[in-house]
Design a protein around this ligand. Structure first.
Ligand SMILES: *[C@@H]1O[C@H](CO)[C@@H](O)[C@H](O)[C@H]1NC(C)=O
Ligand SMILES: *[C@@H]1O[C@H](CO)[C@@H](O)[C@H](O)[C@H]1NC(C)=O
Ligand SMILES: *[C@@H]1O[C@H](CO)[C@@H](O)[C@H](O)[C@H]1NC(C)=O
Ligand SMILES: *[C@@H]1O[C@H](CO)[C@@H](O)[C@H](O)[C@H]1NC(C)=O
Ligand SMILES: *[C@@H]1O[C@H](CO)[C@@H](O)[C@H](O)[C@H]1NC(C)=O
Length: 478
């Protein structure tokens, strides 16, 4: 080990005082694809994100779940969704579900270390009772929404409002695109923040999830993209980038930037049927192909060594909680699935994670078929991997082209084996050639499966009806 690394480890082992703890900004980009950022795809205009990524450390092997609620479960609790009953699809608005209340969430751990904790954006971890909601699960303040896929201007899910300022419905933001409201709220919090306390901000933006909506000027940044949906989607990415830029600018103005650690990650791969792009990876959101599970992710800032630009160690979404607690100078929990990679990332050492579960989901209908495991370089998929499948460049052939070659393999029950280090794009199925490796990974998968908690995926509950709550999706019915 180099002297510099030893020094870094030694320094790290000293307890941090409250004033020394880094501010932490955890940004989640909803449904952002692997190939939807400027640092991978020169057609994308994301100067703020690119600067943070290229001056920070880009993660080449940071995995997420194939969908929103499961990944966010992992981010907040450090638990694999299949251990929390959160592995099947996402939390629907009328479902009486939330992440089990006996798990502590990341902001609760950071509060123990003296942090002020703020959340702005999308929750999607259940809201049927107040105890499930952000201000009861560790956040001092919350501005945002509980569900998903609402419209960006009126903030409705179905016909009902889903927008909150702490616990109160936020009714007067109609017409304002959420990225502006969210960025402005973050800027206001940064300006008001008492700097004698470390700051934690969780910023799970609405961008760039569907519906495909963006103010015209961002769409106009992409005149050469012929496909209208893709052009708007690109604009949504650039609006997100501007919001990220506004937050970093506020941190600089307040003198907080130098001591801030930023973690940026997608929550799942891009939905290629909704104009996102994961080229050259296979598949997308809803699948356990790499395109659905290898997230665009990087870290920037306080505590990192500036000697390298990428980190290729294996990281899973469950690890961010422990990693950020370590970065904050705390001691990560030992009874959760996640592990800290803080020392490995900042010193460029190998990852201590050697395996993870892509998903274990026994639920039959609708079948997303998620059974997959990674052990070392090998990945085993049992059964239907989810769709769409295939390798796709960004849509741009005609004004409204679709992925006509999207391959759905639903119905067949294959076993797929890939060497992901040699074949990250999953072209070369080794299952026939390497039966021993298939057996080895299958046995490991079965061990994990014994620890599965059945998915909590109940029928819609009529008690959720927002008309009982002034036409607002509200807690209080479970
Ligand atoms: C939370 O409760 C579930 C279900 O009762 C249990 O399986 C799990 O071990 C508990 N987890 C913790 C951290 O207490
Ligand atoms: C909405 O109302 C709140 C509380 O009255 C106020 O602080 C906020 O500035 C208002 N927002 C807009 C966009 O008018
Ligand atoms: C960023 O800040 C500028 C200057 O205040 C503002 O005009 C712009 O709308 C903001 N953009 C976003 C996405 O919040
Ligand atoms: C900031 O926090 C410190 C420590 O808790 C406190 O002494 C100080 O009064 C606070 N400053 C303001 C402006 O609230
Ligand atoms: C989209 O296609 C048009 C027409 O072929 C081409 O001029 C343009 O460069 C393409 N844009 C992107 C971003 O690929």
């Amino acid at each position: 080990m180099e002297l510099r690394q030893l020094c870094a480890l030694f320094l790290f082992s000293l307890p941090l005082s409250s004033a020394q703890r880094p501010n932490i900004v955890f940004i989640v980009a909803d449904d952002l694809g692997w190939n939807d950022v400027g640092f991978r795809n020169p057609d994308m205009k994301t100067p703020n994100i690119d600067q943070l990524a290229t001056e920070g450390i880009i993660f080449e092997n940071a995995y997420v779940q194939p969908l929103c609620s499961p990944s966010r479960t992992a981010f907040m609790s450090g638990m694999f969704p299949f251990h929390a009953g959160m592995q099947h699809l996402v939390v629907g608005p009328p479902q009486a579900v939330c992440v089990p209340l006996n798990y502590t969430f990341l902001p609760q751990e950071l509060k123990k270390l003296g942090y002020a904790t703020h959340m702005i954006g999308k929750w999607h971890l259940g809201f049927c009772k107040w105890e499930c909601t952000p201000t009861y699960r560790g956040f001092d303040t919350f501005f945002g929404y509980y569900n998903a896929a609402e419209d960006y201007f009126h903030h409705n899910v179905g016909r009902y409002l889903d927008y909150r300022d702490n616990q109160l419905p936020a009714r007067n933001y109609s017409g304002e695109y959420s990225a502006f409201t969210f960025a402005q709220r973050a800027v206001d919090i940064i300006h008001r923040h008492n700097v004698s306390q470390p700051l934690f901000m969780y910023l799970p933006y609405q961008n760039v999830h569907g519906p495909i909506e963006v103010p015209q000027k961002y769409e106009d940044m992409y005149p050469s993209v012929r496909n209208e949906g893709r052009r708007k989607y690109c604009g949504m990415v650039s609006a997100l980038d501007e919001a990220v830029g506004n937050v970093t600018k506020a941190l600089k103005e307040r003198g907080l930037f130098e001591n801030t650690l930023i973690l940026f990650t997608a929550d799942n791969g891009g939905p290629i049927e909704v104009y996102a792009n994961n080229w050259p990876l296979r598949g997308g959101k809803h699948t356990i192909w790499e395109g659905g599970t290898r997230g665009t992710s990087f870290m920037y800032g306080a505590g990192l060594q500036k000697t390298r630009t990428t980190y290729d160690g294996m990281i899973h979404a469950v690890d961010w909680k422990s990693t950020l607690v370590s970065a904050a100078g705390g001691t990560p929990e030992t009874d959760i699935d996640g592990m800290s990679h803080w020392d490995s990332i900042r010193n460029g050492l190998p990852s201590s994670r050697t395996e993870f579960i892509y998903n274990i989901d026994d639920f039959e209908v609708p079948r997303e078929g998620h059974a997959g495991i990674r052990v070392g370089d090998y990945k085993l998929i049992l059964g239907y991997p989810g769709g769409p499948d295939g390798w796709h460049r960004p849509m741009n052939r005609t004004e409204d082209d679709k992925y006509e070659q999207t391959v759905y393999t639903e119905g067949d029950e294959p076993v797929h084996l890939f060497n992901i280090r040699e074949d990250p794009t999953e072209h070369n199925d080794l299952a026939q050639q390497m039966p021993d490796m298939v057996a080895k990974l299958r046995a490991r998968f079965e061990e994990y499966k014994k620890t599965m908690v059945p998915a909590n995926f109940p029928e819609p509950d009529p008690a959720s009806d927002p008309r009982k709550y002034g036409d607002v999706w509200s807690p209080g019915w479970c």
